[in-house]
Write a protein that binds this ligand. Structure first.
Ligand code: GLY
Ligand code: MN
Ligand code: MN
Length: 445
C-alpha cells in the first residue's frame, strides 16, 4: 500500500524574499544597482522544452516561478527599489502553457515593488539604470553582460543629453552567494523536508532491492517516492550503480542487472521547492554483506560517523576531509590494500587510488551549492546555518592488484548536515546506514 503523503511545509514568505533583497542592497556601494536575469526555457528536442527550473539566484531574491524574468534592485528609488520584468500576458499562448502572472500578478503575488512586462523592457531599462554608477551583475553570465553592455551603449549615446552610463561592473556572485550559504529557519524547514523525502526514497529502494532487478527499478522506486511526497523530482541525475558501476562516480546509465553477492550504491536526492537533498547509501543487493564488503563498509562508515560528529561552528571542511583521509587510509592498511605507515601513505597520497573526491560540499538551492570554501586564503570556519554533505567513499577498481574479494567494490555513505549554534543536526537520519540496521530492514521489507 502506498504511504500517506507528508504534509507540505510552509513556503518561503514574501516578507523573507523582501528582507533578502533589502539585506543585499544594504551591502552595495553608493549609487549602484543590481541586474539579475532569471532562467529561460531550454529546448529538449524540436519543439519540446525541458521542464522549467528557475535560476537559483533569481529564485533566492524573488521566489518568482516563471521563465524570462529580470530583476533590478535600485536602492533609494522612490517609486520602488525592486523592479521585476516578466513574460507578457498573451491569451493565445496562455491557452497552451498556462496562466502567466503578468506585471500586476507579479506585484500582487510576489511582493516586488514594481513590475513591467518584457515588451516594455527596452523602453524602460536604460532610464531605470541611468545614473547608477556601479552595476552589480553576474560577470560570468554572458547574457547578463550583453544586456548590461546594451544598456551602457544606449546611455553612452545620450551622454550629451545628460545620460550617465555605469562606470563599473561589479560581480554580484560573491555577495549573493555569501547570503545563500547561511540558511534561514524557513530554508532549513524546506531542507529538512527535502532530506526527509530523499531518505524515504532510499528506504523504499532498499526494501525493493533483490537480485534479478535492474538498476533502473531502484531508480523508479526512489523517484516515485520523491514525486509522491510532493518533490518536483530528483535534484540531480539519480545514480544507481550495482557492483563495479559503484566505482564510476557519476554513473547515471542505471541500466545493468543487479546481481546477488554484489553491493549497489545509490546516490539520489529530492528537490523540494528548489532545495536539494543529497544522500548516498550502499547496501547488498541480496540483503547480506559478505565479509570483505562488510570490512570495507565498516571503514567508510566509521570515517563518516567521526566526520559528522566533528561538525560544529569553528571546524573547517579541510579538517573534516583530513580526518576522513586519515581514517580511510588507516582502514586500507588494516585490510591489506595499502602497506606501510598511515602518515606515509597520506603524505604520498597513495590513498587516492581508492578515494579521489573531497568529503563535503555545501548544499542548498543547488546540490553543489554556492559559497566560498576559502576565505582570506584559508579554509573557512563552519558557522550556524551552513548546510553541507559528508560523503566519504572507497572505490576499488575491478582490475586492481589487490585481494580478489575487494575488487570492483564501491562504497559511499553520504548524509546532509546543518551546522547549529552548539554543533550540528543530521537532516538525513531517516535512512539507516549501520550494517545491522540495513540488513534488518532488507529482511523485513
Ligand atoms: N550527488 C552529487 C554529490 O554527491 O556530490
Ligand atoms: Mn554530495
Ligand atoms: Mn550525492
Amino acid at each position: 500500500m502506498l504511504p500517506d503523503p507528508l504534509p507540505r511545509p510552509a513556503a518561503i514568505t514574501n516578507d523573507e524574499y523582501r528582507a533578502r533583497r533589502a539585506s543585499l542592497m544594504a551591502k552595495l556601494t553608493e549609487n549602484s544597482a543590481v541586474l539579475l536575469l532569471g532562467a529561460t526555457l531550454v529546448t529538449r528536442s524540436r519543439d519540446s522544452d525541458y521542464p522549467f527550473r528557475q535560476d537559483s539566484d533569481f529564485h533566492y531574491l524573488t521566489g518568482f516561478p516563471e521563465p524570462g524574468g529580470l530583476l533590478l534592485l535600485l536602492p533609494g528609488r522612490s517609486e520602488g527599489e525592486s523592479v521585476l520584468f516578466c513574460q507578457d500576458r498573451d491569451p493565445t499562448l496562455e491557452a497552451w502553457t498556462g496562466i502567466r502572472l503578468g506585471a500586476q500578478g507579479a506585484v500582487r503575488q510576489h511582493g516586488v515593488d514594481q513590475a513591467f512586462e518584457n515588451a516594455e523592457r527596452d523602453a524602460q531599462l536604460a532610464s531605470l539604470l541611468d545614473g547608477r554608477t556601479t552595476l552589480y551583475l553576474m560577470l560570468a553570465d554572458l547574457d547578463s553582460m550583453a544586456l548590461a553592455d546594451g544598456v551602457r551603449g544606449r546611455l553612452t549615446a545620450r551622454v550629451r543629453q545628460g545620460a550617465r552610463p555605469a562606470e563599473a561592473y561589479a560581480d554580484l556572485a560573491p555577495l549573493l552567494h555569501e547570503a545563500r550559504l547561511i540558511k534561514s529557519e524557513g530554508e532549513l524547514v524546506l531542507m529538512r523536508h527535502a532530506a526527509d523525502i530523499s531518505a524515504r526514497g532510499h528506504v523504499r529502494a532498499m526494501c525493493a532491492a533483490r537480485p534479478g532487478l535492474a538498476e533502473y527499478h531502484l531508480q523508479a522506486e526512489l523517484e516515485h517516492e520523491f514525486r509522491w511526497q510532493g518533490a518536483i523530482g530528483p535534484a540531480y541525475a539519480t545514480i544507481v550503480g550495482g557492483g563495479a558501476n559503484a566505482c564510476v562516480l557519476h554513473y547515471i546509465e542505471n541500466n545493468q542487472p543487479l546481481r546477488d553477492g554484489e553491493l549497489v550504491l545509490i546516490d539520489a536526492g529530492a528537490e523540494l521547492d528548489l532545495y536539494a537533498g543529497d544522500i548516498t547509501r550502499t547496501f547488498p543487493v541480496g540483503g547480506r554483506f559478505n565479509e570483505a564488503q562488510r570490512a570495507l563498509y565498516e571503514v567508510v562508515l566509521a570515517a563518516q560517523e567521526r566526520a559528522v560528529a566533528s561538525i560544529q561552528p569553528g571546524a573547517t571542511l579541510t579538517e573534516i576531509h583530513e580526518g576522513v583521509v586519515h581514517d580511510l587510509t588507516a582502514g586500507l592498511i588494516r585490510l591489506g590494500l595499502l602497506r606501510g605507515e598511515v602518515s606515509a601513505r597520506v603524505e604520498d597520497e597513495s590513498f587516492k587510488r581508492f578515494y579521489l573526491h573531497s568529503t563535503s560540499h555545501w548544499l542548498g538551492l543547488d546540490v553543489h551549492d554556492v559559497g566560498a570554501y576559502r576565505q582570506y586564503g584559508t579554509p573557512r570556519s563552519l558557522a550556524p546555518g551552513m548546510v553541507l554533505t559528508v560523503e566519504p567513499g572507497l572505490y576499488i577498481p575491478a582490475d586492481d592488484d589487490i585481494p580478489a574479494d575487494f575488487r570492483g567494490v564501491g562504497i559511499r555513505i553520504e548524509d546532509d548536515v546543518a551546522v547549529t549554534d552548539s554543533g550540528h543536526e543530521v537532516l538525513t537520519v531517516g535512512v539507516p546506514k549501520g550494517v545491522r540496521e540495513i540488513e534488518a530492514m532488507m529482511v523485513k521489507k
